[in-house]
Design a protein around this ligand. Structure first.
Ligand SMILES: Cc1cc2nc3c(=O)[nH]c(=O)nc-3n(C[C@H](O)[C@H](O)[C@H](O)COP(=O)(O)O)c2cc1C
Length: 139
């Protein structure tokens, strides 16, 4: 089984509530743990930026569930690659909320100081996630 990493961006859909994010993190942790998937999820109350890593088949399985989730839309894959080691091995799904995503960080990886992952390359999205992983506050 090959080890892969997938990064995508998406937007909250209409009707998204505060409760939704807690439920998403709960099911992510439960499902990912049982599949040896690791990763990180960033959320600024408008956009999601997520990295999933693990076996190709299992990352694919979870990504299909995520694609069909009505709580978000405009899902764009930014990066998909085979990797030789994990970058987010400490978390079944580390969570970074908007208080950790500041203007200086956004400016470092994009052309703007706003968090808009639709405007970053796959490589910059990865580097942004690596940077933000230092501030994961829910393990
Ligand atoms: C932005 C976002 C990220 C998600 N990330 C994950 C994830 O990493 N793992 C996961 O199992 N489900 C994730 N989900 C939830 C799935 O879309 C789906 O609701 C869930 O896997 C269903 O779990 P269940 O079959 O155990 O009810 C995410 C949903 C959203 C909107």
């Amino acid at each position: 089984m090959l080890l892969v990493q997938l990064i995508y961006v998406s937007s909250i859909s209409n009707g998204f509530t505060e409760d939704d994010i807690a439920q998403i993190i709960d099911s992510a942790k439960r499902n990912n743990l049982s599949r040896d998937i690791t990763g990180i999820l960033c959320f600024n109350r408008k956009y999601f930026l997520q990295c999933l890593e693990g076996s190709r088949a299992k990352v694919n399985e979870i990504y299909h569930k995520i694609l069909n989730d009505k709580r978000h839309d405009n899902i764009i894959m930014l990066e998909y690659r085979e990797i030789s080691q994990r970058d987010f091995v400490d978390w079944s799904m580390g969570y970074v909320g908007d208080t950790s995503i500041n203007e200086a960080t956004n400016k470092m990886y994009s052309v703007s100081s706003e968090f808009d992952p639709y405007k970053v390359s796959g490589e910059s999205a990865f580097l942004l996630l690596k940077h933000l992983s230092k501030t994961v506050n829910v393990v």
